[in-house]
Design a protein around this ligand. Structure first.
Ligand code: HEM
Length: 240
């Protein structure tokens, strides 16, 4: 659903004798990364776990377990955000209004109770994901951008569908504790924010080769998400 179909229109500057390999030079990077990750997005989106969760076939326990996994990922994404804010490549993306860890912690306190930290455990697939994010945060700002994009732009997009279903299924109240992770209180206009974010992607300080690496890391980020969904699907198989 990441609308790669819209990206074709942007390639109007290429000439007939320009080979396809010149794509990254003429296609805005935001369109390139969106199109390149389209297939991986469809795969993540159509995982059994997500389908069952959105289809109302799983209980609140599965939702809570998923929220716990997200905590590990955002811990890795946000622990180093202060330092990365000064980085010329990753810095422009690091925005306080995106930070999710506090919201996740409120959700977990609601879902699991005040002692939520005591029972918090990461699935092996989640550990692999969080470790890769942390590694990029430490050593490769471009890779960090790939993970940043995959999570935050997704949360601002499809995440809103998850919020809507969770609110209705488990009565958290509109935008209340339990779904705060999906509520970006300081982003009044998500569509405008996403447009601005895509402009940041278009202006990312990276040459074509580095952009290709970022796209590859984005695909890896999607695969890591799919891995977490797979593990959650095993933990919450449908009995029906
Ligand atoms: C059932 C699950 C999902 C649904 C229903 C869903 C739905 C959507 C929709 C409707 C959009 C387009 C929004 C727009 O054009 O403004 C979108 C975009 C996006 N989604 Fe998902 N999504 C899901 C899962 C995921 C997952 C697991 C990830 C990765 C962690 C993800 C990452 C993204 C990203 C990065 C975008 C932005 C694409 C772009 O415009 O560049 N989504 N999603």
């Amino acid at each position: 659903m990441n609308a790669s179909e819209t990206s074709d229109t942007s390639d109007t500057t290429s000439t007939p004798d320009t080979p396809d390999t010149s794509g990254p030079a003429v296609t805005p990077f935001s369109a390139l990364i969106r199109t390149a990750s389209h297939e991986a997005h469809t795969e993540a989106e159509s995982s059994t776990f997500m389908g069952d969760l959105l289809g109302g076939r799983l209980g609140i326990e599965a939702y809570a377990r998923y929220t716990e996994q997200l905590w590990f990922v955002y811990e890795a994404l946000e622990a180093d955000a202060g330092r990365l804010a000064a980085d010329p490549v990753a810095g422009p993306f690091v925005r306080p209004e995106l930070l999710r860890r506090t919201a996740l912690e409120r959700d977990l306190a609601h879902l699991r109770g005040p002692g939520w930290r005591d029972s918090l455990t990461a699935l092996p697939a989640t550990l692999a994901y969080a470790e890769r994010v942390a590694e990029c945060a430490r050593t490769w700002p471009g890779g960090y951008v790939a993970h940043h994009y995959t999570r935050y732009l997704g949360d601002l997009s499809g995440g809103q569908i998850i919020r809507d279903r969770a609110e209705r299924a488990w009565g958290f109240g509109r935008k209340g504790d339990g779904v705060r992770f999906y509520v970006f209180e300081d982003i009044a206009n998500p569509a405008a924010f996403k447009r601005g974010y895509r402009e940041l992607l278009d202006g990312v300080r990276a040459d074509d080769l580095e952009k290709q690496r970022i796209v590859a890391e984005c695909k890896r980020a999607f695969a890591l998400n799919t891995g977490v969904f797979g593990a959650l699907g095993e933990e919450f198989p449908l009995s029906a």
